[in-house]
Design a protein. Structure first.
Length: 240
């Protein structure tokens, strides 16, 4: 992937964005060329090899090979943005054995955590294209029931948001979503700021979402009207 742009030549592909999905191992190749000539037919192109594996401790590691091949205008150095999907509990991040600090900035070197999608986002500094790159993360391991809860966390938050949206659309301006539901569906935002609290947050959300569901009596797809008074919920039939 590349940064958002209106055409492939509006901005340089820097950083190069790679999304890594959970698994024991995997690999792919990233191909690029000039993009506006037939030079690729004459071999003017470059390829990098990307490999994901896990350490003996189960920590994900991404290895990016130096580029092979060349073409006019090839970038001699670039940064990488590596997104680890469904990363449940990041603790530390390293690039070529150098520690990368956590940051709340959305650009520049550092790592941040998106609690809504449970995605770890790692951004490296600009690295020469003839150098290999290795990004390794360590995680606080989740086990048993906590791991099962975390596995369905993204979908649970999405459903809570849909419930809140339905409630607000039908109750406003007289009423609004109850506090228990608002607090539960904002859990992802709180985890983004403090990923080290992920375990406690998802356990609390499991309890709060159960309370919200029982109180609302919500069945997705049903015709339900909600009304709230001081955080209490009543239910009626919503006519089309």
């Amino acid at each position: 992937m590349q940064p958002k742009m209106r055409s492939t030549h509006e901005l340089p592909i820097d950083p190069l964005i790679l999304t890594i999905f959970p698994g024991d191992s995997g690999s792919c190749e990233v191909y690029e060329d000039e993009g506006n000539t037939l030079g690729y037919q004459e071999g003017r192109s470059a390829t990098i090899h990307v490999k994901m594996k896990q350490t003996t401790l189960g920590d994900p590691t991404v290895q990016i090979s130096p580029a092979t091949g060349s073409y006019p205008g090839i970038r001699r150095a670039r940064a990488y943005e590596i997104r680890f999907a469904n990363c449940t509990n990041p603790e530390s991040v390293f690039c070529n054995n150098e520690s990368i600090a956590r940051t709340n900035q959305k650009s520049g070197k550092g790592w941040m955590y998106d609690g809504e999608s449970m995605t770890l986002i790692v951004r490296t500094r600009s690295i020469e294209g003839n150098r290999p790159v290795e990004v390794r993360i360590t995680e606080r391991k989740l086990t048993g029931e906590i791991l099962e809860i975390a596995d369905g966390f993204r979908n649970k938050i999405a459903r809570l948001r849909r419930v809140a949206g339905l409630i607000n659309a039908n109750a406003w301006p007289n009423d609004w979503s109850p506090d228990v539901l608002v607090h539960a569906e904002q859990t992802g935002n709180r985890i983004s700021f403090h990923p080290e609290n992920l375990k406690n947050r998802i356990v609390r959300t499991e309890v709060r979402s159960a309370r919200a569901a029982r109180g609302a009596g919500f069945i997705e797809g049903s015709r339900i009207r909600f009304s709230f008074k001081r955080g209490r919920i009543s239910r009626g039939i919503l006519t089309p």
